[in-house]
Design a protein around this ligand. Structure first.
Ligand code: UTP
Length: 408
């Protein structure tokens, strides 16, 4: 892109300041900036003006989950079907590790965080150990894709190498980077990271499938006959991945996606709840749950909106190919965005100072026609680490690890 073209693009979006220091840049920096301007989708910035007003919701109805008692009564059937699908190489896993983990406040990728007390226990290690349980049980190495971002890719790859992939088979692990989106202040003005670089943030966890395709990884899916992909968050240290019962139940139910869910701890718990929206599977955020929905009961007399998602989904690949053809809603998220000020100082804010733009996995669910919400026991499978202390923290995750006999 030429300087003139860049000026035109920026001026149409009211972002002329991006070129304020252009004349001071080296030739290499000038080239980098022009190419970033060319690649950056500035249309998202318009949403910073009305951040809460961009995704109107439809009509919600309950969606029944497959609960523990039913799973228990069909355990063998599900388990056998799952083991078979894994042995046949039909399942892969995708670790979503492109997030910035700003709440945890570490500069390293979240997975490098050490939750050990008497020895090293890294988050990545916990995840690989859990996946290795299934590898051992089925005698099958499961293909593992790891999504990183431009910000944390090199550190993540280097860490896996340094730790010998925590005993996983190196050639079964593939890293790929997700796309980035620009970040701006509350008035919609782009932040600069450097004089020659616009501040960017990973574009949300829904970017995983399109980024895989962009990286050419659909070739691996086709060549290896992978039909199901279990995506999961990096920050749940009790995460069960490709667990045979879940795989079997989802495959036998012939749905487009299986979603692991946990019973809500209380009606006001801040989790996204699985439901139907305008007749399609969806997730209603806690702040969109009306009092009427909180009080609604199902046939058993239990709360009708009672199951929260834990970011562990098993997607059927053919339907994903359809989802990527459409576009997903955009979410404007308040975050702490590091930037360079007018005087050239690098600022690391300690509270949110602007917006980033994300597409979320939960919106992919709404693009599909069928979903199996599959109940798991919270204390056994859900120990998220979002914050340094308090709720969903290192402390709470450690407690849950201990409860499950995991030495720290
Ligand atoms: P979170 O929503 O907790 O976001 O991610 P985060 O960026 O990790 O953390 P905060 O909000 O800044 O503290 C849930 C999961 O989705 C992944 C994360 O790595 C985590 O596994 N994720 C999130 C991505 O892979 N890419 C993204 O752009 C965002």
């Amino acid at each position: 892109m030429t300087l003139e073209e860049a000026r035109k693009k920026l001026s149409a979006a009211g972002q002329e300041h991006v070129l304020d220091h252009y004349d001071e840049l080296t030739e290499n920096e000038k080239e980098m900036l022009l190419s970033q301007i060319e690649d950056t989708d500035l249309s998202v910035l318009q949403y910073a003006k009305n951040p809460n007003d961009i995704n109107p919701r439809g009509v919600f109805e309950p969606l029944a989950a497959m609960e523990l008692d039913e799973i228990d009564s069909r355990k063998k059937e599900f388990h056998d079907a799952g083991v078979q699908a894994i042995k046949d190489g039909k399942t892969a896993a995708v670790l979503l590790a492109g997030g910035m983990g700003t709440r945890l406040g570490s500069d390293n990728p979240k997975g490098m965080f050490n939750i050990g007390l008497t020895k090293d226990v890294f988050i990545f290690q916990r995840i690989i150990e859990n996946l290795l349980d299934v590898v051992k049980e089925t005698g099958t190495w499961i293909r593992l894709f790891v999504m990183t971002s431009e910000k944390n890719n090199d550190a993540t790859v280097a860490f896996f190498k340094e730790k010998n992939f925590f005993g996983y088979k190196e050639d079964k692990v593939v890293f790929f980077r997700q796309d980035m989106a620009p970040a701006c202040d509350r008035s919609g003005k782009l932040y600069m990271e450097e004089r020659y670089r616009i501040s960017t943030s990973p574009n949300g966890n829904a970017g995983w499938y399109s980024s895989m395709i962009k990286a050419g990884l659909d070739r691996i899916l086709k060549d290896e006959g992978i039909e199901w992909i279990n995506i999961f968050a990096v920050d749940n240290v009790l995460q069960r991945i490709c667990d045979p019962c879940f795989v079997g139940a989802t495959v036998l139910s012939k749905v487009s996606v299986g979603a692991k869910v946990v019973r809500k701890a209380d009606p006001d718990e801040k989790v996204g709840v699985i439901c139907l929206e305008d007749g399609r599977p969806s997730i209603v955020e806690y702040y969109d749950l009306s009092d009427e929905m909180k009080e609604a009961k199902n046939k058993k007399g239990d709360p009708a909106y009672n199951f929260g998602v834990i970011l562990n989904y098993l997607f059927h690949v053919p339907e994903l190919d359809e989802v990527v053809k459409g576009s997903l809603p955009l979410h404007v998220v308040e975050k702490k965005i590091p930037y360079m000020d007018e005087a050239g100082n690098h600022i690391k804010p300690d509270k949110p100072n602007g917006y980033k733009f994300e597409q979320l996995v939960l919106d992919m669910i709404h693009e599909l026609s069928t979903c199996l919400p599959y109940e798991v026991i919270r204390e056994k499978e859900f120990a998220p680490i979002k914050n340094p202390t308090g709720v969903d923290s290192v402390e709470s995750a450690r407690e849950l690890c201990k409860l499950n006999g995991i030495e720290l």
